[in-house]
Design a protein around this ligand. Structure first.
Ligand SMILES: O=P(O)(O)OC[C@H]1O[C@H](OP(=O)(O)OP(=O)(O)O)[C@H](O)[C@@H]1O
Ligand SMILES: Nc1nc2[nH]cnc2c(=O)[nH]1
Length: 182
């Protein structure tokens, strides 16, 4: 159980790196690019829980063409995990074989999570796998691939808000924040 005063002080002292207005602009631009590429493809959109929940909702409401929605839950076991070792707690239920799939997540950090999820869909029969993230963290500890669509670059700090959590909290915030000093 967390202490509400501690959580509130984390939020009050945090630096807001990306405002709601900046997020909305970036999402508008991503949605235009995705519409150009996928509007006639009947894609399956995959939300990567939990962090992908807000970004997927925000993107979906900007995509005015026929699409289907499903979700997966796959996380890295721990920070020492390398490569594509993911702990899957929910596989997709929709039929994605031979289809165009768009994976949506909140952040492209080192990229192991997204890379492994894309590989899984490709190996299991998706025709084309696209990926979209709201933010890309700037550092050089990344896998080789990059998301097809990314909203904004952000500095290399511990972030929360807009899908990302601080100790399980604050995924709901309409901006992206960095913990003070981290
Ligand atoms: O690019 P990477 O270095 O692989 O990190 C990015 C992943 O980390 C977070 O998920 P996490 O596994 O913490 O689970 P969550 O979505 O439930 O927060 C985030 O939502 C991405 O999926
Ligand atoms: N909450 C949170 N989750 C992450 N997953 C990968 N990078 C981050 C980050 O900066 N914040």
């Amino acid at each position: 159980m967390h202490n509400i005063d501690e959580l509130n002080s984390i939020m009050n002292e945090a630096d807001c790196l990306i405002s709601e207005a900046e997020l909305n602009d970036a999402l508008d631009k991503m949605a235009k690019q995705i519409t150009n590429d996928l509007a006639d493809k009947l894609p399956l959109v995959i939300c990567v829980m939990n962090g992908g929940l807000l970004p997927t909702g925000a993107l979906m409401q900007r995509l005015q063409f026929p699409l289907e929605l499903d979700y997966v839950h796959a996380s890295r076991y721990g920070m020492e995990t390398t490569g594509s070792t993911l702990n899957w707690t929910r596989y997709p239920q929709a039929d994605f074989k031979g289809r165009d799939v768009l994976i949506v997540d909140d952040i492209f950090d080192q990229g192991h999570t997204l890379e492994a999820i894309i590989k899984w869909f490709e190996e299991n029969g998706a025709q084309n796998v696209y990926s979209a993230t709201v933010v890309n963290k700037l550092h050089n500890r990344k896998v080789d691939m990059r998301p097809d669509y990314n909203g904004l670059d952000v500095e290399d700090r511990f972030l929360f808000g807009y899908g990302m959590d601080y100790q399980g909290y604050f995924r709901n915030l309409q901006g992206i924040y960095a913990v003070k000093g981290k």
